[in-house]
Design a protein around this ligand. Structure first.
Ligand code: ATP
Ligand code: MG
Length: 238
């Protein structure tokens, strides 16, 4: 069963159209990788899914129509977006950032429970709870951003370039944790990544976006195994 169904999605900024009719489906509990060159519209796609920008077309999550709803309403329906550049509030403490992630939720006990669970994924955050988010390393900030997103108890987690600016070892650890979250929480994930190798390592399905159109779709394995595809569409070997 598909958790996310996107049909003929059109979006852009002002008069400039960036997405020209994107179709994709993501199965329940799956990880879907969106690959593609700079400026392809990857970030725009995630913004369209989370309601940050206006769209035309169909977006359904577990059968519920998201298209045309506000970002706030879409968050309430269980879509958590970790934007490019992470979107953490630097002057606030780690704990306050995490709690902000639960802003649309009620039920204090469940929120406290989730804070504890997030510490099991990101033990380093537990030791930094009272520190300003701005004092964390880049990798820790990305962990905080994902931890904050998890506080929403998302059904769908949107990750925009989680590896950006991070050292390879840190990035590998981060992707390992994303996989663990996906497996243990059964959260459906859409991850935008320039590092195709890493993204294909955790994803089941992948799509290549080029100038606002999906030019190639397949299983992560198919895309990984096809060197020609990698060279012509991604511009490099995976
Ligand atoms: N806020 C904005 N206002 C106007 N145009 C924008 C805005 N953000 C992005 N664009 C344009 O939309 C197009 C797609 O940009 P987008 O950021 O979605 O690409 P991307 O695939 O995420 O690229 P990157 O790999 O560099 O992050 C680009 O031509 C970009 O210049
Ligand atoms: Mg981007």
């Amino acid at each position: 069963m598909s958790a996310l169904v996107v049909e003929n999605l059109v979006a852009g900024y002002g008069d400039a159209r960036v997405l020209h009719g994107v179709d994709l489906t993501v199965g329940e509990g799956e990880i879907c990788a969106i690959l593609g060159p700079n400026g392809a519209g990857k970030t725009t796609l995630l913004r369209a899914l989370s309601g940050v920008i206006r769209t035309r077309g169909k977006v359904r999550l577990d059968g519920t129509d998201l298209a045309g709803r506000s970002a706030d309403a879409i968050a309430r329906l269980g879509v958590a977006h970790v934007p490019e550049g992470r979107g953490t509030f630097m002057p606030l403490t780690v704990e306050d950032n995490l709690r902000l992630g639960a802003f649309v939720r009620r039920g204090k006990a469940a929120i406290e429970e989730d804070l504890e669970r997030i510490h099991t994924y990101f033990p380093v955050l537990k030791t930094r709870l009272k520190q300003a988010a701005g004092s964390l390393s880049g990798g820790e900030q990305q962990m905080l951003a994902i931890g904050r997103a998890l506080m929403l108890r998302p059904r769908l987690l949107l990750l925009d370039e989680p590896s950006l600016g991070l050292a390879p070892l840190v990035t590998r650890e981060l992707f390992r944790i994303v996989r663990a979250i996906n497996e243990e929480e059964r959260t459906t994930v859409v991850v935008v990544e320039q590092n195709a190798h890493l993204a294909l390592g955790i994803a089941q399905q992948a799509h290549v976006l080029e100038t606002g159109r999906i030019v190639l779709s397949g299983t992560a394995q198919q895309i990984r195994d096809d060197e020609q595809v990698a060279q012509s569409y991604l511009g490099y070997r995976v």
